[in-house]
Design a binder for this molecule. Sequence first.
Ligand SMILES: [Zn+2]
Length: 260
Amino acid sequence: MHSSYYEDVKCIKLPINRFFPYMFVYAYIVDGLLIDTGPGHSKAQFGRILQEAHVEKVAITHEHKDHCGMAKWINKHFDVPIYMNKVKRGRWSLNEAFVVGQVKNIVKQYPEKIELKQHTIQPIYTPGHTRDHTCLYEPNKGWLFTGDLYVTPEPKVSFWSESISKHIESLRSVIKLDFETVFCAHQGIIKNGKQKVTEKLNYLENLQLQVVRLYESGYNERGITKKLFPEKARLERLTFGAFSSLHLVRQIIRSHNKHV
Ligand SMILES: [Zn+2]
């Protein structure tokens, strides 16, 4: 666990898997609001940080366990509201269903605004990566806590249950907001955040066009994947295919077929 500050925001970097510390997730604390809880390990250290930072409220960007894994433990040890978007949820893997089952009865629906002492935070509904995905926006500072909306400007893989068309819609709605700094859950702080989020939107729109063009000229999902992503991405190997380029291509074709 490593922590640093950006202005008054405490940034806590946690390994997603404590035995294979190759991938990391960030939790942020701003003015008594914890944004994402990290995975369900490192409880002792994390508990001390929450106490020291006087956490009074918790906001969870989405249902993946590296973002909400500590919610149950926090609920047991701290008397604080835990907000999460309580939309009708989608398909889960067994592991996800277990985690969501643990949190769904303890979380509260997001209010319109989260009022803190120095800041007002607006939840912005941004489905796509998951059905419940929510960014947190601080308009006075131009800060956007993006959860997993951004992560990389040029994704070569996607998670098996994502919706790329909804993800694109969410990126389009977010770039209308007045922000500059992105607090990404996996990349940390990105100072030219709006530019990077716009790059991702342009990339995905372009990818969508390429996939549809190949599909309409007779290529199947696997053929398109081989042509556009000849090399297996590192994340595909690290996650044993939970994230893959084939999922990305398949999701684009599915939403294309729904709209024709
Ligand atoms: Zn996620």
